[in-house]
Design a protein around this ligand. Structure first.
Ligand code: NAD
Ligand code: WQD
Length: 325
């Protein structure tokens, strides 16, 4: 049985779908700080399977202990976290508390209940200013914002826990830029506030909820001057987690990039989105966004070799608007 923290969020809900479809029994813990209770019904509708949902916080020790006592959890898949970079700069204590203290609390409850397998959602943001590209897993880590530091701190904790306990297995997955939605359109990325990230913002412009896309900078050292990223389809991303669960048979601490290995600029993504949906996106060039890196993408060979996983979905498919949210 899996405990999925943050399992009603964007990536967590897609993972919950594939985990149920793969035959796992699932307990989801989510405090709904950035998701909606209705996602549970959508996941059940897609899979025609039931999941156990607990509304609550990973910082609640008693609650976590109770979950481990009540359910026979074997693996924790830990998505719960706050992820808005600018908010982390404005409210670092909130981010360290939620992401770092929350993860420590989860690990304590795991240890107390003899659960020793975890998959952790980390981020390419831990690498910071590229020393070389593509980033491989050996690239130095040097986050440029508090959010990135929260991810790196948890990685270090997991590394040290594995060093202290030879039966422990921890896999850190460093995601690049997840986009897209389940083909049913029933779940997807549906942030509670105005989106920070490019793809959800584009979707809101396409739905006429927002008037135009602001392109943050066109004077970077890239093909067309706009920022370049590695956009990975969310269904591919969550398949990588299923492969990682199998890999937990290998004890110790493991790190894998989950990306496509290809860079796409903002203007290239907009063009793909326009072509995929036969629409025109209004856009205005704006100044660079503070804290943005010009370009980065993944070397994804290690996941291919060790997890036998690679991203398969084309950019055009990932851009196809299926969301009915
Ligand atoms: P999301 O906000 O959609 O999902 C996170 C979920 O965790 C939400 O449902 C939220 O309500 C829940 N949550 C947050 N704090 C909690 C707490 N203290 N207790 C219980 N539940 C809590 O975000 P997402 O895009 O699905 O990201 C999932 C994970 O992947 C996060 O850890 C994020 O940092 C990481 N990540 C995301 C991206 C990305 O671009 N989406 C990239 C790299 C890493
Ligand atoms: C992509 C590109 C922007 C919005 C962030 C976090 C990272 C990870 C993913 C969690 C950049 C440009 C964006 C817009 C734009 N999250 N852009 N107009 O910045 O690569 O990564 O989210 O771990 O940690 O830092 O993603 O989607 O915000 O931006 O022009 O309205 O799109 O400048 O070049 P980013 P993003």
């Amino acid at each position: 049985m899996l405990l999925i923290t943050g399992g009603l969020g964007y990536i967590g809900s897609h993972f919950t779908v594939v985990a149920l479809q793969a035959g796992y029994e699932v307990v989801v813990l989510d405090n709904l700080s950035n998701s909606h209770a209705g996602v549970k019904d959508k996941v059940e509708q897609i899979t025609q399977k039931k999941l156990h949902f607990i509304e609550g916080d990973i910082r609640d020790e008693g609650l976590l202990d109770g979950i481990f006592k009540r359910y026979a959890i074997e693996v924790v898949v830990h998505f719960a976290g706050l992820k808005a970079v600018a908010e982390s700069v404005a409210q670092p204590i909130l981010y360290y508390d939620n992401n770092v203290s929350g993860s420590l609390n989860l690990l304590k409850a795991m240890q107390n209940n003899k659960v020793n397998k975890i998959i952790f959602s980390s981020s390419a943001t831990v690498y910071g200013e590229p020393k070389y590209l593509p980033y491989d897993e050996q690239h130095p880590t040097n986050p440029i914002n508090p959010y990135g530091y929260t991810k790196l701190h948890v990685e270090h904790v997991l590394h040290d826990v594995c060093a202290s306990d030879e039966a422990f297995a921890a896999i850190t997955l460093r995601y690049f830029n997840p986009i897209g939605a389940h083909p049913s359109g029933l779940i997807g990325e549906n942030p509670k506030d105005i989106p920070n990230n490019l793809m959800p913002y584009l979707i809101k412009v396409a739905n006429t909820e927002l008037p135009y896309l602001q392109v943050f900078g066109d004077d970077y050292d890239t093909r067309d001057g706009t920022g370049e990223r590695d956009y990975i389809n969310v269904m591919d991303l969550v398949e990588g987690h299923l492969a990682a669960i199998e890999y937990l048979a290998n004890t110790g601490f493991h790190v894998f990039n989950l990306g496509t290995g290809k860079g796409t600029t903002v203007l290239e993504l907009v063009s793909a989105f326009e072509a995929a949906n036969d629409i025109v996106i209004e856009k205005k060039i704006k100044p660079r966004r503070e804290g943005d890196l010009a370009k980065f993408w993944a070397k994804a060979d290690l996941a291919k070799k060790e997890l036998n996983w690679e991203a398969k979905t084309s950019l055009l498919e990932s851009c196809q608007l299926v969301q009915q949210l």
